[in-house]
Design a protein around this ligand. Structure first.
Ligand code: NAP
Length: 438
């Protein structure tokens, strides 16, 4: 029987403590699978005295996670502290440089430094595994890295942030505004006290940059992503989406286009019958389109201690079995520079909701501005609040107008709406939501 794989674990929060538990519970099964026991021997966190509901007495304690990363008593380093900077960055670099494989769930670190870390792992001939960094318990990294032929991917998109999907699902089901559901989500622990990282789309963007790199073999570039969050979504948008046969989801989308790779995060209308539209609450889902294959959708728990820990343990089991694949599916030197497709060139259908001033000629002006940009409408709904004795075009109140366009460009939509605003035929800012067809 080979020696057990000795693990040094830095970070004993939600995920770290669950890893301790899962390794304890799954000991026999893991041994049967990889032919080698996996044992934690040393741990590190900020506070040694914090109560953590797991027995840590049998592990050596390191006040400094970087010292743990290169300690000769461990065979593999697990980083579950989080953050793109130190100590996570230095600890992972130290472990790799001293020839120790690393398992991490840290999307922020990978999105920012993934390329360099992959090269360092390769130089030292050790694994860098990060299944838990995207989609929690969904095995999407392995699917992209090993399960499918990377050259054939055309598009990858998904619900990558449980908080946003929870908020949008509850707005729709409970008919409450964004702010009310957000407050409730914070009370229930589904949203952070400062929710902006999640609701403004940045968390999704970090995860998308990892998926795009794996799918298209490109260098990671989180700054190449267009990002828009969900805080402007109203019940009126969700109702209109429902009437028109859509649901609104915050999606991360990476697509191969003739102009390069388009990476974007934004609220998106998806057809109600699509697999991704069925995903409600904190659940995550990722759909992969590849040439010659029908779309594949993976759905599952995107966060939570045990779900995420299961991905960490699966990465450890690979290391125990001696499996080592290039971190991003190909040698780091062969990851190509990302040719970014500019967002203005994005082509697709659009939902546009605006408040037209209720006076003769407004509708004609709006139609003319759209036509000037060659935008054709698939549908248009104008909602008059017709009260007793009030004639359309005479109430003085703005009238909601909802339009769905045929495929057009981002640039054309922006130019048309800028002209409509200059014409002063609408009140406030128009709402624009992109449509993603399946
Ligand atoms: P967490 O609950 O905040 O725990 C972080 C842990 O790291 C704590 O034990 C903390 O120590 C320790 N730590 C932080 N800074 C440290 C430092 N300077 N030196 C030593 N230890 C330090 O975080 P988490 O939710 O478990 O997340 C861990 C990682 O998993 C992150 O990269 C996160 O993005 C990723 N992830 C989390 C989830 C999830 O559902 N939570 C899902 C997917 C991925 P103290 O306990 O002493 O403060």
């Amino acid at each position: 029987m080979p020696e057990p794989l000795k693990v040094g674990l830095a970070g004993l929060g939600t995920v770290g403590v669950s890893v301790v538990r899962l390794l304890e519970q799954g000991r026999a099964k893991l041994l049967a699978r990889s032919g080698r026991a996996i044992e934690i021997v040393a741990v590190s966190a900020r506070s040694r005295s914090k109560k953590r509901d797991v027995d840590l007495k049998k592990f050596r304690w390191f006040a400094d996670p970087v010292a743990l990363a290169s300690d000769p008593s461990i065979d593999v380093f697990v980083e579950l502290m989080g953050g793109a900077g130190d100590p996570a960055k230095r600890a992972v670099e130290t472990a790799l440089a001293s020839g120790k494989p690393v398992v991490t769930a840290n999307k922020a670190l990978l999105a920012r430094h993934g390329q360099k870390l992959a090269a360092l792992a390769e130089r030292n001939k050790v694994a860098l595994n990060f299944e838990a960094s995207v989609g929690g318990g969904i095995p999407i990294i392995k699917t992209l890295r090993e399960g499918l032929n990377g050259d054939a991917f055309t598009r990858i998109y998904g619900i990558l942030n449980g908080t946003c999907n929870y908020i949008l699902s509850r707005m729709e089901q409970d008919r409450l505004a964004f702010d009310e559901i957000l407050r409730d989500a914070q009370r229930l622990g589904y949203a952070e006290a400062d929710p902006s990282f999640d609701v403004e789309g940045y968390d999704t963007a970090q995860k998308l940059s990892i998926l795009a790199s794996l799918a298209f073999g490109t260098k990671l570039d989180p700054n190449a992503i267009y990002v828009e969050g969900i805080s402007s979504i109203t019940l009126a948008d969700l109702d209109a989406a429902d009437e028109l046969g859509y649901r609104v989801k915050l999606l991360g989308v990476a697509v191969k286009t003739e102009g390069g790779i388009e990476q974007r995060v934004h609220p998106t209308m998806v057809p109600k019958e699509s697999a991704i539209a069925q995903v409600m609450g904190v659940t995550n889902a990722v759909t992969v389109d590849a040439n010659g294959l029908a779309p594949i959708t993976l759905v599952g728990p995107g966060a939570g201690g045990m779900a995420t820990a299961s991905a960490v343990v699966s990465d450890l089991a690979d290391i125990a079995s001696g499996v080592r694949t290039p971190p991003f599916g190909r040698p780091a030197a062969r990851m190509t520079a990302m040719r970014k497709a500019p967002m203005q060139h994005h082509e697709g259908g659009y939902y546009i909701r605006l408040l037209a001033r209720d006076r003769p000629g407004s509708a004609a002006t709006i139609a003319r501005r759209l036509a000037q940009q060659n935008i054709s409408l698939e549908s248009i709904v104008q909602r008059h609040e017709v009260g007793q004795g009030v004639q359309p075009g005479r109430s003085g109140k703005p009238v909601p107008v909802i339009m769905i366009t045929y495929a057009t460009s981002e640039d054309a939509v922006h130019k048309a709406l800028a002209a409509v605003r200059r014409d002063r035929v609408i009140s406030g800012r128009p709402q624009v939501i992109r449509i993603e067809k399946n």
